[in-house]
Ligand binder design. Structure first.
Ligand code: NAD
Length: 350
């Protein structure tokens, strides 16, 4: 039917988008009434200095140690610093790892977060947190961790190396697909997700030729904003559970894992999703799984899970852990294992 029943509730996040707008972080802190903040800035990302300058006297302390999947011990140390300095809020500059560390602190303290993302991970728009201890990743949903303000400054992404750009863009695509097939999706969110797929599929090949093109970078970050919004509204399922279990167990890089797994999960789900398959056809062709796999290969991404470091035994274990996860097509362990084996062997999705 054209108009299915749905529910829609706008997200409370304030979003500021545009080149150079990292300089407005001080005013954004003032809007939230934050006189003392901790800046969590991934040491590899550009912009630490200007953001610190823009915060001026509001900057009480800096923290530059971040790690994927947020080790609990790291979150505890960073949280102790925030408490010792008596900060009223957290400002993050970096990818999902910097945002994730702030979320782990906010989960305990309720400290408000201003996020300045420098990848396309989308964590800045979600109430989802994740932490890892002893090779197990715990994820959860809590509104306290959702940043209050997000400042997207595409200038910060101009120097993002190709080996981070491609996988991170695929992480955004994974959010789009999750939103498109979510059982409680709504038409507005589906429209955002489909438009994000359109933009990613056109910007990624452009950026492969001219990685520093600010227009294409701006487009890709806008797509990440749409994808993150969609994810924040609909949540995750099988695709994300596979990546979290593999990531938590083997410390695999998050975005790269998404990129490898996504075409295979799309192949599993596309027979059950004629609506979204048709909607994505202009950007991915009639077989979206193959379209994604080809896009990944054309963009120089790895499509092999064994190249990331996983083995047959890992795949078997993870398949058992994620069987029965939320997914448009109910899945048993054997199906997940078969799907993951194809990715281990670098075979196209089927
Ligand atoms: P990341 O934050 O670890 O960054 C990847 C690498 O890129 C790092 O080495 C970083 O230093 C570098 N980098 C980041 N921005 C850069 C820039 N502008 N220029 C140069 N180098 C730059 O990786 P990520 O993929 O952004 O985030 C992954 C983490 O985020 C994982 O832990 C994942 O679980 C989490 N995540 C959470 C959610 C959520 O909703 N909770 C969503 C997506 C990802």
């Amino acid at each position: 039917p054209r108009n299915r029943p749905f529910e829609y509730e706008p997200s409370p996040v304030r979003v500021v988008f545009g080149p150079g707008r990292r300089a407005e972080v001080g005013e954004e802190a003032d809007r939230l009434g934050l006189a003392k903040v901790m800046l969590i800035a991934d040491g590899n990302t550009p912009g630490g200095r200007p953001v610190a300058d823009a915060l001026g006297d509001r900057l009480a302390t800096r923290w530059d140690e971040v790690a994927q999947h947020v080790p609990v011990e790291l979150a505890e140390r960073a949280g102790e610093r925030a408490a010792a300095e008596g900060v009223e809020g957290l400002v993050t500059l970096g990818g999902g790892s910097a945002t994730g560390l702030a979320k782990a602190i906010a989960l305990d303290t309720g400290l408000p977060i201003i996020a300045i993302p420098t990848t396309y991970a989308g964590s800045e728009l979600t109430p989802v947190f994740g932490m890892t201890s002893t090779h197990r990743k715990r994820t959860g949903v809590d509104e306290r961790v959702r940043p209050r303000v997000v400042i997207y400054d595409p200038e910060l992404t101009v120097g993002l190396p190709p080996e981070i750009t491609g996988p991170s863009a695929f992480n955004a695509l994974a959010h789009c697909l999750a939103a498109l097939w979510a059982p409680h999706g709504d038409p507005l969110t589906s429209a955002l997700a489909a438009d994000a797929v359109r933009i990613v599929t056109s910007s990624l090949p452009e950026l492969a030729i001219t990685p520093t093109d600010l227009d294409a970078r701006s487009g890709l970050q806008y797509a990440a904003f749409l994808a993150g919004t969609a994810l924040g509204r609909t949540g995750t399922g099988l695709q994300h559970r596979i990546c979290h279990h593999l990531g938590g167990k083997l410390n695999l890089p998050h975005a790269e894992t998404h990129a490898v797994i996504l075409p295979h999960v799309v192949a599993l789900n596309s027979p059950a999703g004629p609506d979204w398959v048709a909607r994505l056809e202009p950007f991915l062709g009639p077989d979206p799984a193959l379209g994604l796999w080809n896009l990944a290969r054309r963009s120089g991404l790895s499509t092999s899970l064994s190249r990331l470091g996983a083995t047959e035994e890992d795949v078997r274990e993870v398949a058992g852990q994620v069987a029965g996860s939320a997914n448009p097509v109910p899945v048993e362990a054997a199906q997940v294992e078969a799907l993951l084996r194809r990715s281990l062997d670098d075979l196209p999705p089927s």
